[in-house]
Design a binder for this molecule. Structure first.
Ligand code: ADP
Ligand code: GLC
Length: 495
């Protein structure tokens, strides 16, 4: 089976969040199942740098006459991957005008969306449809798998070309929709009459996300709970009606974690490697982390941690407001994150108020994130909504117990500690229900009570660390879905 995977991010080349982790892990996880997955990526500098032995597949002009060059090459493996693992071939859309500029993949250096994002990602989607039609004579996909709004126009371009190649569209986060003014639709080379509510129009705007949801043959999202939640007005971001309409072709497949990258037994970023049978070794990582961040080096203080984009989604005002109580009860707080400027300033102010007890690192630091999971005691993820969430999975795998809100993938992956789940050996963290300060503060107190019971604490750590979190099951589910799609004779999308 030959699958073309379309995404804007790819770990280890370019990452702003969990999308990159998933896009980087899936091709390898599907390989042993007989699926050859080739990523198609936009030609950001990091993607071009990471493409080894590039060859030109061909040149073309987009419908709006933008010249593009398509490259094919091999992707660099993440550190820690075994040298025996086969490489991944990938395509990169090269256009200096579209992709080589200051700022991030989506935003300018002053955090405004790039003004031509509709063209930057339409070009990616348009090339995907060309590849499905045989643009690379040496390899043609049986199916295209697009991820998030950046790939939303893939099924639309396939439909416009009358292609029989089916498309799976995976939603990682419905809150980011790729909305553009109507005028931006012109020139993209799609039929004018598709700009309507039964198509890719969303209240007068072009919606890449809606195009994906409307035109793809099958839809998936990254946890069973989120698949249910997005069919409700509360979580549907205005698209719940369409999602209810398409519920029979919508699946929720829980993400896994890439054990080549996230395994405390051989994680190269950790001062001390350890496993579920040698948890006492974590003390060395904790002391090193406390020292590195200027926290008091005291093994007995519970170390609560956050590794996160600082955005509305993540529920971090609960952590800010709960900080005083946390410190008063003898805990430490360590935050690694970047994003919203008000949240950055508020966390920095907490660190200034509580030297030795609260430490904040603003920005993105992959290696430090590993040291935090390997040395911290608690991973805080109090999200408002969470399609899957990977940090609680890293917390589970590293014995840094998750404290999470019961929502989306968090609800699907963490088992709340109570007398019954402890007794049955199922408990793996602390889960609270409502987005309210009292609920969060109480969850912190429950976590602290567990911390004072070392045998229970160790049991929770071991339960999480022994849980199968690898990609195996999820990859098998994707493969089964691909099979169903290739075997169905009629296309289910809005084509
Ligand atoms: P989301 O994709 O919504 O940001 P996830 O939990 O799925 O949430 O994935 C976030 C990913 O980004 C994880 O791999 C996490 O470790 C990483 N991450 C988030 N913020 C930072 C940061 N400041 N430094 C390093 N890694 C980070
Ligand atoms: C999104 C979601 C996150 C999920 C990630 C990978 O960024 O916010 O919950 O884990 O995608 O699927």
């Amino acid at each position: 089976m030959q699958i073309l995977q379309v995404s804007a991010e790819y770990f280890p080349l370019l990452k702003t969040g969990g999308l990159a982790d998933v896009a980087g892990a899936l091709p390898q996880a599907l390989q042993p199942l007989g699926c050859e997955v080739r990523p198609l990526l936009p030609g950001f500098a990091a993607m071009l740098d990471g493409l080894a032995e590039p060859v030109e597949v061909g040149r073309c002009l987009t419908p709006w006459s933008q010249p593009l060059r398509l490259l094919r090459g091999w992707l660099r493996e993440p550190a820690g991957a075994s040298s025996a693992s086969a490489g991944i071939q990938a395509y990169v859309v090269e256009s200096a005008e579209l992709y080589l500029r200051p700022g991030g993949p989506y935003e300018t250096p002053d955090k405004q969306p790039h003004a031509d994002n509709q063209r930057r990602f339409a070009a990616l989607c348009w090339v995907a449809a060309r590849l499905a039609e045989g643009f690379d004579p040496s390899w043609r996909p049986d199916l295209v798998h697009g991820h998030d709004w950046h790939a939303g126009l893939v099924p639309a371009y396939l439909a416009a070309a009358g292609s029989r190649v089916p498309c799976l569209f995976t939603v990682h986060n419905l809150a980011y929709q790729g909305l553009f003014p109507r005028a931006d639709y012109e020139g993209l080379g799609l039929p004018a009459h598709w700009f309507r509510p039964e198509g890719l129009e969303f209240y007068g705007q072009l919606s890449f996300m809606k195009a994906g949801l409307y035109y793809a043959d099958r839809l998936s999202t990254v946890s069973p709970s989120y698949a249910r939640e997005i069919q409700s007005p509360e979580f549907g971001c205005g698209l719940d009606g369409l999602l209810r309409h398409r519920q029979t072709v919508l699946s929720g497949i829980l993400n896994g974690i890439d054990e080549r990258v996230w395994n405390p037994l051989h994680d190269p970023h950790l001062p001390v490697n350890y496993g579920s049978d040698s948890l006492e070794l974590r003390a060395g990582n904790k002391a090193a982390l406390q020292a590195e961040l200027g926290l008091e080096v005291r093994p007995e203080l519970p170390l609560f941690t956050v590794v996160s984009r600082l955005t509305e989604q993540k529920g971090l005002p609960l952590v800010l407001a709960g900080c005083e109580a946390l410190v008063r009860q003898g805990a430490q707080l360590l935050v690694l994150g970047g994003g919203d400027q008000a949240l950055e300033a508020a966390f920095a102010a907490k660190a200034a108020q509580h030297p030795g007890r609260v430490a904040v690192r603003l920005g993105y630091d992959e290696a430090l994130s590993h040291r935090i999971f390997g040395g911290g005691d608690v991973t805080l993820v109090p999200s408002r909504f969470e399609p899957c969430g990977l940090t609680q999975l890293y917390g589970l795998a590293y014995g840094c117990l998750p404290l999470v809100r019961r929502v989306g993938g968090l609800a699907d992956t963490v088992t709340d500690a109570d007398l019954v789940t402890l007794d049955e050996g199922q408990a793996s963290g602390v889960v609270f229900d409502r987005m309210e300060q009292g609920d969060f503060d109480h969850a912190v107190r429950r976590m602290l009570a567990l911390y004072r019971r070392p045998a229970d604490w160790r049991q929770l750590q071991q339960t999480g660390m022994r849980q199968p979190l690898h990609w195996g099951d999820a990859a098998a589910r994707y493969q089964a879905l691909y099979r169903v799609m290739l075997n169905s004779t009629t296309l289910a999308g809005g084509r």
